[in-house]
Design a protein around this ligand. Structure first.
Ligand code: SAH
Length: 283
């Protein structure tokens, strides 16, 4: 542990969406020097295996949608402050990008409040990862001029007025944390007469060896998709651009229904000091 300084430093860094090579060199360098790594569940175990300082203490503070007990964000904040105040280099490693559907604001507020020095390092968000690895160019010229990152993890996060707007827009829609509410999502768009040339893609475990992409018309949802259990994490993409997948998909669907992010390697498992916790969604 580095202790020649009074207060340590906090690096809030994105680990990318899954494929361990989709991480920045900057974040790798921080991981190699870290004293403490506070990591989310949606971080490839290979990243910690390969890049973490072997002497670093790795603490799992991941949150999981609707499953398991929850360690409140306040505990994560306390851990950050405790280790930084002890003079350590703390890497707070988050899945995807640091600021997309994450609790970064709580962490920024707490480090600021305690006068702790910090840096923010971006990561590749799931939308970019899933788009690239499924061959869906999110704002392909002639198809869409914008992309919206949304969530529908519970029914009251999108108002009925906004469903109307979402059904009418030509923007590509990407829904995070919404596979469990997919049925309602599709029903709302169909009820608002979304046009038939906009398709739905569900990308499970994007950029991992178990990636699977399902494409359907929203109007054939009941026949093609309804009732299917999605492996977490999965992302929903809706728009005309989804039709391009047929032509440009370069990665075949995995034949496996294995779960990538639960596979914490034995070496890393030994270091688990904090139970995975539930996502406290903040859209
Ligand atoms: N900060 C993250 C998002 C955290 S919210 C980012 O920038 O990507 C968690 C949600 O992200 C999941 O419920 C899922 O919708 C999406 N997600 C994250 N990783 C994913 C992956 N590899 N494949 C598909 N969806 C993913």
């Amino acid at each position: 542990m580095k202790d020649n300084q009074q207060t340590g430093k906090v690096i809030i860094a994105g680990a990318g969406p899954g494929d361990p090579e989709l991480i920045t060199i900057k974040t790798v360098r921080h991981l190699q020097k870290a004293d403490v790594i506070l990591t989310d569940r949606l971080v490839s175990p290979a990243i910690l295996d390969q890049y973490a300082n072997p002497k670093a203490e790795i603490i799992y503070v991941g949150k999981q949608c609707r499953r398991g007990a929850s360690t409140p964000q306040s505990s994560i904040n306390q851990l950050i402050v405790h280790h930084a105040k002890a003079g350590r280099l703390v890497v707070r490693l988050k899945g995807g990008d640091v600021s997309i559907f994450s609790n970064i604001l709580d962490e920024l507020e707490v480090v600021n409040k305690h006068g702790i020095t910090y840096e923010i390092v971006p990561g590749i968000t799931a939308a970019s990862g899933a788009a690239a690895y499924s061959g869906i160019p999110l704002t392909a010229r002639g198809y869409s001029t914008a992309v919206r990152l949304l969530t529908f993890y519970k029914s009251d996060v999108v108002t009925s007025e906004y469903w109307k707007e979402l059904a009418g827009t030509d923007d590509t829609l990407v829904f995070y944390m919404s596979s469990e509410t997919l049925h309602g999502l599709v029903a709302n768009l169909v009820a608002n007469n979304i046009s038939k040339d906009k398709l739905l893609a569900i990308v499970e475990q994007a950029t991992t060896p178990f990636q699977q992409v399902q494409v359907s018309s929203l109007y054939d949802y009941d026949e093609n998709v309804k009732g299917r259990e999605w492996i977490s994490p999965s992302l929903v993409i809706i728009g005309k651009v989804v039709g391009l997948q047929e032509q440009f998909a370069w990665l075949p669907n995995s034949n496996s229904r294995n779960v990538y992010f639960e596979q914490v390697s034995a070496s890393v498992k030994n270091l688990v000091t904090q139970k995975e916790t539930e996502y406290v969604g903040r859209a």
